[in-house]
Unconditional design. Sequence first.
Length: 279
Amino acid sequence: MRQRSAVNHAVNHAVIPASDTTAGRGDVDEGPHPGTDALLQQLQRAPVPRHIAIIMDGNGRWARERHMPRPFGHRAGMKAVRAVVEASIAAGVEWLSLFAFSQENWQRPQPEISALMSLLEEYINSELRELREQGVRIRVHGDLSRLNGAAARAVERAVAETAHCTRLGLNLFISYGGRAELVRAMRAMAADVHAGVLHPDQIDEHAIRARLYTLDCPDPDLLIRTSGEQRLSNFMLWQVAYAELYISGVLWPDFDRMALFEAILDFQRRDRRFGRVDT
Ligand code: FPP
């Protein structure tokens, strides 16, 4: 059956989010997943998105609802990262891209920035071994020159120690902006033209893609944003050109295994035509 357009469909989800029933579940499921096994079986009957990108939003509101400071929400958000990584592996997703810290986030109050940087370090230090055992290859993209020494070292270690892993590619976008990524690619191209290794006639989509952070991974098939906001917020601007949008009303710390599976099932009901018509 032909679905509504992707955007309308996504907006309808923002009004009555399918995942609203998941609100309130925050902790990571451990061991068997009786509540989601049926959903997992269901989604495995159709192709799953190869690459899912997520704008994790709503940590602050989640904390405010509990009369707690914002870093409390970020810490809960870290647990949701764990749940979603595990669920992605279970579903057979090949790439997961998470927007963890934007360029604009540097303008937040210093204590919140410090809390986020410490959480990044903590996430890597506490999860790295398990991520490696699960076959997760970590990549970190963005202006990493702005990270403090400890966070930068943790990132370096995570990338180096998982470089051989092949089950799930986990792209963490930190200190990242989509326009800045494009500027970086254009500068690299200009330098190559200047050096005589690239002719202006060779500048095409392929040449641009080859200079993005995500040069060796497919574009996201599905872009999820949590907390009901309906913006791209400068995330993967080039790469999401044909991604299906899924707006979930769930605040990020409550986004769990079931919420991810619901998003994948919704994706599988879409009619992706990439500008073509059905024949
Ligand atoms: C947006 O919520 C979320 C962030 C700016 C940070 C995301 C960070 C995490 C999920 C935790 C750490 C992640 C890793 C990978 C270790 P917001 O603060 O803008 O929420 P609000 O819109 O409700 O204020």
